[in-house]
Design a protein around this ligand. Structure first.
Ligand code: KG4
Ligand code: ZN
Length: 389
């Protein structure tokens, strides 16, 4: 089989990205244009601004990805694009452009699920390192701003299949990071800021109750769900997450400890700094805030690692993947590595640039579809709530 060069395009949220990946195993170029500066003053992603920024960036980003890979529009073998999940208007920019390219160049078009992309970021980099000996079954935790999902991933002759065995009942882990950072006047995106500040606080200072990160079980004592149907939990246990309670607990802590005015001072001080550096955040946080941040991060990390390893045991998996934006978190990586090693469970992460949104993962996930000739029709559209199953 000759090499296939796939152009990947990703525009599901606040990053416009394009990449060239060779045969699902080598990142030839990987360009990401971040919109952080656009959304920062609003403390979160503003969908209309995201679409506008994607429109501005898409052509130069794709051109740069081609140039860095010494490829042209004519030499690539296929065009892959994120179909969903994500912001509908943002997705449409990438999809319209990918369709136009595929039509004009008469190349195959491949629609990729963003969550599948995150899983393939791990596979891509393992192949790139020459590690082709992956042990199955694989359990993948996709933990990002929109998702906290556990998938059993399997490979067959036509490609990959996924079974969801857990998801968040409310906020995703990354969303909790972002909301807590905003609440503490630290701005957006919260995950990387909290990651950097947490080592300066005492993770044992604030106790979060297990009930605050436990989802409300919708089953009664007879094992029936709210529709009265008997569940399959005996054969297929589920491992769901919930992070809206801990966000409320942080809010209560802020109110009970009268932290509002100091948060407002910090928010304004940080807004006045044009190019924020890590020491700017640290210099504007008191001990109480740092302790709260460290305790919050510890609680989330312990819950993610504890539930994922419990799921790995229950399903007797051989390998664990941890991927998505939150997988860039230092404490999460270290805790997974430590606790995974104790249980003899190999844990794989993407490198940090491929943990957060990028298009190399989209081009990599497209490769098995390219081989299977699983091409998209020209009338496919964005699916904001696309599921992976
Ligand atoms: O995968 P991603 O780039 O976009 C989505 O698919 O959502 O993930 C973005 C999320 C944001 O919530 C961001 O705060 C979080 O990942 N994130 C982190 C870190 N870097 C990004 N969370 C914790 N620690 C980090 N270092
Ligand atoms: Zn993502």
């Amino acid at each position: 089989m000759p090499d296939a060069y796939i152009l990947g395009i990703e525009s599901s949220c606040d990053e416009t990205a394009a990449a060239i990946v060779r045969s699902g195993e080598q990142v030839v170029s990987n360009v990401v244009a971040s919109q952080i500066a656009t959304h920062q003053p609003y403390g979160g992603v503003v969908p209309e601004l995201a679409s506008r920024e994607h429109l501005r960036a898409i052509v130069p980003v794709v051109r740069q990805a081609l140039a860095e890979a010494n490829q042209t529009y004519d030499t690539v073998d296929a065009i892959a694009v994120t179909q969903g999940p994500g912001l509908a208007g943002a997705l449409l920019v990438g999809i319209s452009y990918a369709k136009a390219l595929a039509f004009a160049l008469d190349k195959p078009l491949i629609a990729v699920n963003h969550l599948e992309g995150h899983i393939h970021a791990v596979l891509l980099e393992e192949r790139q390192k020459g590690d082709h000996e992956l042990q199955f079954p694989v359990l993948a935790l996709v933990v990002s701003g929109g998702h906290t999902h556990l998938y059993l991933a399997a490979q067959n002759k036509d490609g990959w299949t996924y079974e969801n065995i857990g998801h968040t009942r409310d906020d995703a882990a990354g969303e909790a990071f972002d909301k807590v950072a905003k609440l503490l006047g630290l701005g957006y995106p919260g995950g990387p800021i909290i990651d950097r500040l947490a080592p300066y606080g005492d993770p044992g200072a604030v106790k979060f109750l297990p009930a605050q990160i436990k989802h409300r079980d919708r089953r009664d004592q007879h094992g029936k769900d709210h529709r009265g149907q008997r569940g399959m939990e005996m054969d297929h246990p589920r491992f769901d997450f919930s992070y809206s309670g801990i966000k409320t607990a942080v809010l209560r802590y802020v109110e009970v400890h009268d932290m509002r005015s100091s948060i407002e001072i910090r928010r304004k001080a940080l807004l006045n700094i044009s190019k924020l550096k890590p020491e700017d955040y640290l210099g504007n946080c008191d001990r109480q805030t740092l302790d709260l941040i460290a305790s919050f991060q510890r609680a989330i990390v312990e819950d993610l690692v504890g539930k994922t390893l419990a799921a790995a045991r229950a399903y007797e998996v051989a390998t664990l993947f941890v991927t998505g934006g939150v997988a860039a978190n230092d404490e999460l990586r270290k805790t997974f590595e430590r606790d995974g090693a104790q249980e003899g469970m190999p844990v794989y992460f993407p490198s940090r640039p491929l943990s957060t949104d990028n298009a190399a993962m989209i081009a990599a996930a497209a490769y098995p579809k390219f081989l299977a000739k699983d091409f998209a029709a020209m009338d496919f559209s964005a699916e904001a709530s696309l599921r992976l199953c």
